[in-house]
Design a protein around this ligand. Sequence first.
Ligand code: SF4
Length: 955
Amino acid sequence: MSDMAAGNGTIGLTIDGRAVEVPPGATIWEAAREVGIDIPVLCHDPRLPPVGVCRVCLVDTGEKKLTASCMREAAEGMDVRTRSDRIDAARKGLVELLLSDYPTACTGAKTRDDELLALAREYGAVAMAGIPAGNGRPIDSSSPVIRVDHQACILCDRCIRACDDVQVNNVIGRTGKGYETRIGFDLDDPMGASTCVSCGECEKVCPTGALTLVDQSQAAGAGTAAGVGSSLMAGTGTRSALKQVDSVCPYCGVGCALTYWVDEASNRVVCADGRESVVNEERLCVKGRYGFDYAYHPQRLTVPLIRKETAYPKGPLSPEVEESDRRRRKPGGLVDYDDVLPHFREASWEEAIELAGRRLREIKDRNGPAAMAGFGSAKCSNEEAYLFQKLIRAGFGTNNIDHCTRLCHASSVAALLETIGSGAVTNVFGDVKNADVALIIGSNTTENHPVAATFMKQAAKSGRTKLIVVEPRHIEMADHAEVFLRIRPGTDVAMYNAWMHVLIEEDLIDHDFIADRTEGFAALEELVAAYPPEVAAEICGIDADEIRRAARLFGGADAAMVFWGMGIAQSTHGTDNARCLISLMLMTGNVGRPGTGLHPLRGQNNVQGASDAGLIPIVYPDYQKVGDPEVRAKFEAAWDTELDPEAGLTVVEIMDGALKGEILGMYMMGENPFLSDPNVNKVRKALANLEFLVVQDIFLTETAEFADVILPATTHLEKTGTYTNSDRRVQVGRKTLNPPGQAREDWRIVCDLSTALGYPMSYESPADVFAEFTSLAPSYGGLTHDNLGLTGKLWPCPDLESDGTQVLFGDRFPTPSGRGRFVPAEYTPAKESPDDEYPFILNTGRLLEHWHTGTMTRRARALHAIQPEPRVEIHPADMDRLGLVDGAWVRVESRRGSIALTAESSERVNQGSVFIPFHFREAAANVLTLDALDPYGKIPGFKFCAVRVSAAADS
Ligand code: SF4
């Protein structure tokens, strides 16, 4: 009832004899729902304004004609009847007309009740005789996830509006005339060949059998859902027989709330729906909606494995071994189990844990805690992250603990801590609707944070919010922007210094905010004076007038938000980039109010929570510094052991340590540095150089190939735990499926291994672990599994009756002075620039359908079907110059290595730049990337290195 709250007072009416009061503007249909009366309707989506197409919601208001209740506003004193012989006859007639041309059997998997057939049953309607039936409208099976039966379409337009107004994808429309009218995709293309992004919103809202699901239960070789699931997929079962589990999506930092529908007999998820939640308002993207069947992929690890004595040798690689290893890692998709598994033998849990604990303890006793390290995972829950870092700190005795945030937002966090004293986002992404201007910078949001992007696109579509998009590639969000600046990669600092130059020059700054809430402005003012737009234009390739236009639009906003992603953070200048964005927001007073804020969009589902829980080498949980004696004393008391006072090593430093023989023993929970870290060839040598490696994962990853012990863990579907999304919202993910074989929940494995190491850990449940974590992390104070409920809470949450704190830092920043600090940054060129030998700039990133190293998404049937292989995007002019054609097999080489993959001619990239997604083992982009680090955030510059491209001789 979003429109209902607008007016004053209430309207009183009677529906079927029941009195109801509603706000002015409410429709009869909405008023009826208030008193639990469901009026049938086929065309209405309560999230959108009504359109009154189907007329099935007819009611009697005592007037001459029946009226459509979804359209008609409730009026004072109205007396409404929702059922009568007259109404029923009208509804029956409407349904019979629709049925007359309806297929006799559903052709796809209808995972919701067919609302039309349900109405037919209720009103005794049958297909009307004498109406032409079956005009041969086609079935479209071109999409891997949605089947379109045009014959079953009643033209209610719900799918069109869901596509246009909810997800703002603008793919579906109407085509044809008269009886030939039907829905069409783009220019009446087959759905699978259109620009459809397979978000499934259309299938979700379709009230008939027109848009149905392609059966997702048949993961490659995994078998089909049995019992209720299979009958539902055959279109004959009902959803009510399935188990319903409310959980959260395991992929990106948006953290969409969803419901899994589970066939318990086969231990399979049949389908997933977005749930009602402020986070996603029932929306999902293709990964959340269809990417769940990896959990029962036949390659799941189901039993502990121990490396055989005779296996692939450890230690520095000889040239011969290196060559055979290189050939073994030939192109061809996922890890070849047949190639790798013979080097391991199955073991009992007792033997595997005993061996892992004993060998790691031996290394620690012999070489000291500094020879030990651990990588946790931002895929795991807060509870698992907390326990893992506790094991590394209290059990190993070192702060050499890190995780993939290092490869993602470490530079953003470094800049945020330095300037405003907190690494947290200051406002939620949904508040973009209250911003006059939203900057979207270095973030391909529609592919990396797809549901957050729908809120941004909606805000732009409403006319309320102007988007300024800055990005080297022509991404989809650019089409929704008021201003799109196609920046030369690696030149952000010059550009934003020029924006600040313009804001100061044209007095578009907030003097009061600067005076009352900040410090260090004079130094910033002095530095940016040297960056007039004309100077920046030479560096960043954007016309000076365009720089001025963007700065003025931003400076003229009363409320502005900034969202940034890997394009800003994954740079050897990442901290400087983020410093500039923070300065921009501080000088314009755009922090601490609704519609304002700093929001580095977090990558993984729990990258915020994993950092909060202490998977960082310089801080304990809740960013409490390991170097602070008082803080350390608190954790020593809580964990009953002495702790290392020195900050630990970061991800890349740990790999360097392994290469030098300084790090000897490692424990990895859910990380796959072989693909995720820069300069893969170096990582490979580092992993091979470890004396003992324990890998805990759900699949045999590229990193697990180097393990001495592999421990089979559980997917997020098989355990309960909390996850903290990009907004700081803590939500409970609930156990949905039983784990396969002997796979165990990660928190139990960590406890067992810690005990075997000599630091006993024991908990009853994840809720127990969460209670210990929150007792040590003030920001999470008071939160429990129980009070998080179905939709979670934002931390901090001082009032547990509330939803938590949406906007942070309204009065002061958590810095010693309470003020935000300007930290000026000079532009410096990239560490490795293109030259004659390596003339292209390589940019790496994600695809919509895949996630990080592809461990899960490449094993999800639908996601793999949509994006099965890697491609390099090359500008058409460069393709011509190199004599390449679309689909050609090309070799991309940097100073660190080379990969071969197919070329895609694309104007999304600039001339002189290429783009490669980093999900694919067979063409691992990180073979090419540079491992030079940002000096503050210690993050590698994944987004920029020099490469050359040539036609590949072999494939
Ligand atoms: Fe999952 Fe992110 Fe997609 Fe939401 S937007 S469904 S959290 S991958």
